[in-house]
Ligand binder design. Structure first.
Ligand SMILES: NC(=O)c1ccc[n+]([C@@H]2O[C@H](COP(=O)([O-])OP(=O)(O)OC[C@H]3O[C@@H](n4cnc5c(N)ncnc54)[C@H](OP(=O)(O)O)[C@@H]3O)[C@@H](O)[C@H]2O)c1
Length: 214
């Protein structure tokens, strides 16, 4: 299975490093083009390639690691997904400019983290995401912990849990294999309607909490 990553920021680069650490081949992309990724590719080693967004998006498994506010632009002009697996690693939050009034808004419980929740009008984020990738098999994963967790599968004498959820059993089986190949204990939270809201930041009850399999 080929792997593409769209987004090379905190999350995309961490996924890339985690894959590279296990020698798993992947193509990473961002908005500035492959040349801007030379340092990351050199650091990660020969299993990681830099590509265009279109190249990353044509992989068998595509990890989407861009900010929620950029999703429409990034996913708006993709070729047909044709049943390929898309990992929704996003969370519906807006990153705040630390100098903005929003960053100091006392009514925002997330201001201290430099983010605010995006109002999805009662929908959960993976349902919105799924509509942006028609024909893809969406699995939600890699979104519920800080990026530093992605290269530290072992914790407190046990194995860190990575949650995943989705509606297609075969797609989930592939993502489970990937999570396990990275050294994590994979926990299937069920359908996207169930697992998505459980593990989505900012307010999912299983989000941002480390679970460790002893
Ligand atoms: N940071 C975390 O700890 C964490 C943890 C779990 C989940 N998440 C989620 O992961 C997502 C990404 O977060 P992040 O912290 O990695 O954000 P980030 O550091 O700002 O990185 C965003 C990446 O998206 C790329 N991008 C933006 N527009 C694009 C376009 N039109 N085409 C291709 N690439 C584009 C950017 O490209 P350039 O590099 O060229 O600007 C950048 O590489 C968010 O949804 C976030 O909620 C983050």
């Amino acid at each position: 299975m080929s792997i593409g990553i769209i987004g090379s920021g905190a999350l995309g680069a961490s996924v890339a490093r985690a894959l590279a650490g296990k020698g798993i081949a992947a193509t990473i992309s961002n908005s500035r083009g492959p040349a801007s990724l030379a340092a990351l590719v050199e650091e990660a080693g020969p299993s990681l390639k830099a590509g265009t967004v279109e190249e990353a998006a044509s992989a068998d498994i595509v990890v989407v690691a861009v900010r929620w506010t950029d999703l429409g632009k990034v996913l708006g002009s993709m070729p047909a997904w044709n049943g390929r697996i898309v990992i929704d690693a996003t969370n519906p939050v807006e990153f705040l400019d630390p100098n903005s009034l929003d960053a100091k808004d006392p009514s925002n419980p997330l201001a201290a983290y430099g983010i605010k929740a995006i109002d999805l009008g009662g929908k959960y984020s993976s349902a919105v995401f799924r509509d942006l990738v028609p024909g893809a098999r969406v699995v939600k994963a890699f979104n519920h912990l800080g990026v530093e967790a992605l290269t530290q599968p072992e914790l407190s004498g046990g194995t860190r849990v990575q949650f995943f959820s989705g509606d297609d059993a075969q797609a989930k089986a592939e993502v489970r294999k990937l999570i396990e190949a990275l050294g994590y204990f994979a926990v299937d939270l069920g359908a996207l309607d169930v697992g998505g809201p459980l593990a989505s930041l900012p307010f999912g009850p299983l989000a941002a909490t480390n679970f460790v399999k002893i």
